[in-house]
Design a binder for this molecule. Structure first.
Ligand SMILES: NC(=O)c1ccc[n+]([C@@H]2O[C@H](COP(=O)([O-])OP(=O)(O)OC[C@H]3O[C@@H](n4cnc5c(N)ncnc54)[C@H](O)[C@@H]3O)[C@@H](O)[C@H]2O)c1
Length: 133
């Protein structure tokens, strides 16, 4: 991400906004989850937020401006059958966002999260309809 941030800045100037959006699901009932399913979701959805924001945040603080949006999910707020790994990653994003928002406010950088309900994208393809509230 450091290289990406550098290339974006070279081409477009300072980064003033970023959406930490990447996310995947590996749904299954908890006893059937593999360690690989668990790790893939936590690494992409939670560590992905860290990887995305870490190279940008110090520069935003320096410039005393910026806006960050993290993408959580209704599953992170309410839980959902077959989504223990996904819900854990998305609930963690809410705690992360609330904490970073408090740190970043003094640098005039805003940090928010949105927690969408179910939206008909590719992500929904593997989820059986009966589990979509
Ligand atoms: N679709 C929904 O119902 C829904 C509901 C709530 C939250 N969300 C969240 O919205 C965000 C976008 O999801 P979407 O619905 O557009 O699904 P999507 O599958 O269409 O898009 C997910 C995107 O994440 C990218 N991605 C996945 N792994 C990545 C990685 N390791 N590095 C970089 N990019 C990676 C994919 O290339 C893809 O562009 C996700 O964080 C998802 O959890 C989706």
């Amino acid at each position: 991400m450091e290289l990406v941030a550098q290339q974006v800045e070279e081409k477009l100037g300072s980064i003033y906004g970023i959406v930490a959006n990447a996310g995947i699901t590996r749904d299954n009932f908890f006893p059937k989850l593999t360690t690989a399913d668990w790790d893939a979701v936590i690494d992409t959805n939670l560590k992905g937020v860290y990887n995305t924001l870490m190279p940008i945040i110090p520069k935003m603080y320096e410039g005393r401006s910026g806006s960050i949006v993290c993408i959580s999910s209704i599953s992170g707020e309410k839980g959902n059958i077959g989504q223990t790994n996904y819900a854990a990653s998305k609930a963690a994003i809410i705690g992360f966002t609330k904490s970073l928002a408090q740190e970043a406010a003094r640098y005039e950088v805003r940090v928010n999260a949105v927690a969408p309900g179910f939206i008909d994208t590719e992500m929904l393809n593997p989820i059986p309809e009966k589990y979509i509230p």
